[in-house]
Design a protein around this ligand. Structure first.
Ligand code: AHR
Length: 519
């Protein structure tokens, strides 16, 4: 027996002997709970992450303005178009581990004067700093997305970070705003979201939480709120997985007025020393990945409980600014570049994690998939002039309807997905109501073999008409390639009935379905 919590509701999941068996499939009933007091699902849950790592920035986003590949100020137009379609709400940059080695002043001004930097964390390659602050912040304007800058705490200085804030945000006359103007930018960009270091417990400086909490306070003291409506939004480098002590120490020692968000990193990795192939995996590895992915639910519940202890009013947000699948790099690629293909397994990770974040929208206010292009669970892969959209891209695109919509809490007993005596909930779901009164419910069936049926009574919502989209494929290992870029893409979905306000949905094995209901 296991306890599941979906936004304040506790549902007992009996992993044995429940559910009505229909051939290979099982039926469960989803109940819609009262949602008058439910939170808004922050659009920032659908955020992304672009690090100087492998071919994410250089060769991915950035090809330079002399490239034959159509670009805007050096950034590929096909990537810009794809991300605009996704309506990405924020983009985190420049790392990751790289952030604590990055000196932003090396990436501004005339190209010929910029020093190089050796990317010590990722492949030891030498970068020419041609993609810097102006490039990134101008890109965010083109994408209509909020920049989220990760400051260098590990090897930088308090002054350096304070200067970066002044350079990007200050309207008046000052040494840094004058320098910005000299470099061709008059108006500030007004960057609200700032990370104070990254993984301070590891690549960000191997600190103890007590030490980091002090350092955090020192850094943010000198970061000016000037010219930013509502002030800066400062995010503390957070725990790795189940390091609950990290969250506890930060919540206890940092005054709330200095802290808007506490981060959490969790990757769906099965074993750091044997991560398994990106495309050539067995059901055994698939099941283990799903287990790691589902762990996000427990991590959020437990980190939230600690935050609740110190912050009942929920003034400090939980920011899952790194999540996603992590496998061995694709065969024949640089081990330091973390390039991996993206299969239906990744679609399951994406759908499941986004459902979890939606259901915890009262505390989780931002999340960043790692990473956007050519790295880890990417939404976009490139090969010279070619570009493909991954199954993860399609899930994010189907789910964007939840951005800034009101959560509709659900409760149900999921059928189980059992593999060699172990079980996981086969179906996960979340639902929301947008400003125009449209209802959306996203459903994921992770079962590798069995379809599952769910039934939902929508009468309380006054829904009269339902349409749907599905992402599914024949094999879990299926993926899009540069030769076959549209093998996996969302299709209209009709395998449901809607009679007298009751929706009966048939979810094929390893599928993601998003339904829209209108009144
Ligand atoms: O996303 C890749 C790396 O994973 C990041 O640089 C680091 O923060 C994390 O360990």
């Amino acid at each position: 027996m296991k306890t599941l919590r979906f936004y304040g509701l506790t549902t007992l999941i009996l992993f044995l002997g429940h559910g009505v068996v229909i051939g290979q499939s099982k039926q469960s009933t989803i109940k819609i709970e009262d949602f008058d007091d439910a939170p808004i699902i922050s659009k920032h849950i659908y955020g992304h992450f672009a690090e100087h790592l492998g071919r994410c920035i250089y060769e991915g986003f950035y090809v330079g303005d002399n490239s034959m590949i159509p670009n805007t100020e050096g950034v590929r137009n096909d990537i810009i178009d794809a991300l605009k379609e996704l309506q990405i709400p924020n983009l985190r940059w420049p790392g990751g581990c790289f952030a604590d080695t990055y000196h932003w002043k090396d990436g501004i001004g005339p190209q010929e004067n910029r020093p190089t930097i050796v990317n010590t964390w990722w492949g030891g390659v030498t970068e020419d700093n041609s993609f810097g602050t102006h490039n990134f912040l101008n890109l965010c304007e083109v994408l209509d997305t909020e920049p989220y800058l990760s400051g260098n705490v590990g090897s930088g200085t308090v002054q350096e970070l304070a200067d970066w804030v002044q350079y990007t945000n200050f309207k008046g006359k000052s040494p840094m705003s004058d320098l910005r103007r000299e470099n061709g930018r008059d108006e500030p960009w007004t960057v609200k979201y700032w990370g104070i270091g990254n993984e301070a417990w590891g690549c960000g400086g191997n600190m103890r939480p007590e030490y980091y909490a002090d350092i955090y306070k020192k850094y943010v003291t000198f970061m000016s709120d000037a010219d930013v409506e509502g002030g800066l939004y400062k995010i503390a480098s957070g725990a790795s997985n189940d390091d609950y002590n990290w969250t506890e120490v930060l919540m206890k020692n940092i005054p709330k007025k200095m802290l808007q968000g506490v981060a959490l990193h969790h990757y769906s990795v099965i074993d750091w020393s044997a991560k398994g192939s990106d495309v050539d995996f067995t059901e055994d590895l698939y099941f283990k990945t799903m287990k790691e992915s589902w762990l996000m639910e427990e991590l959020i519940v437990k980190h939230t409980a600690i935050m609740d202890k110190y912050d009942k009013e929920k003034q400090v947000d939980l920011i899952v600014d790194e999540w996603g699948g992590w496998y061995e790099v694709a065969e024949g690629t640089n081990p330091g570049f973390l390039y991996q293909q993206n299969t239906m397994r990744d679609a399951m990770i994406a759908g499941m994690n986004l459902n979890i974040f939606n259901n915890h929208a009262d505390r989780v206010k931002m999340a960043n998939l790692a990473q956007t292009v050519n790295v880890l669970q990417a939404v976009i892969l490139t090969d010279k002039e070619k570009m493909i959209l991954t199954p993860t891209y399609h899930v994010m695109n189907m789910y964007k309807v939840h951005q800034d919509a009101k959560l509709i809490p659900l409760s149900f007993e999921s059928p189980k997905y059992t593999y060699e005596g172990e079980s996981l909930p086969a179906v996960n779901a979340s639902a929301s109501m947008d400003d125009s009164g449209k209802m959306h419910i996203s459903l994921v069936n992770i079962d590798a073999h069995n379809e599952n049926m769910v039934s939902i009574d929508l009468n309380a919502l006054g829904i009269r008409e339902v349409t749907g989209r599905i992402l599914a494929s024949d094999k879990l290992q299926d993926h899009n390639t540069f030769d076959n870029p549209n093998k996996i893409e969302p299709k209209d979905y009709k395998d449901f009935t809607f009679k007298k306000g009751v929706l009966e949905v048939e979810l094929p094995p390893f599928s993601v379905v998003v339904l829209e209901g209108i009144k």
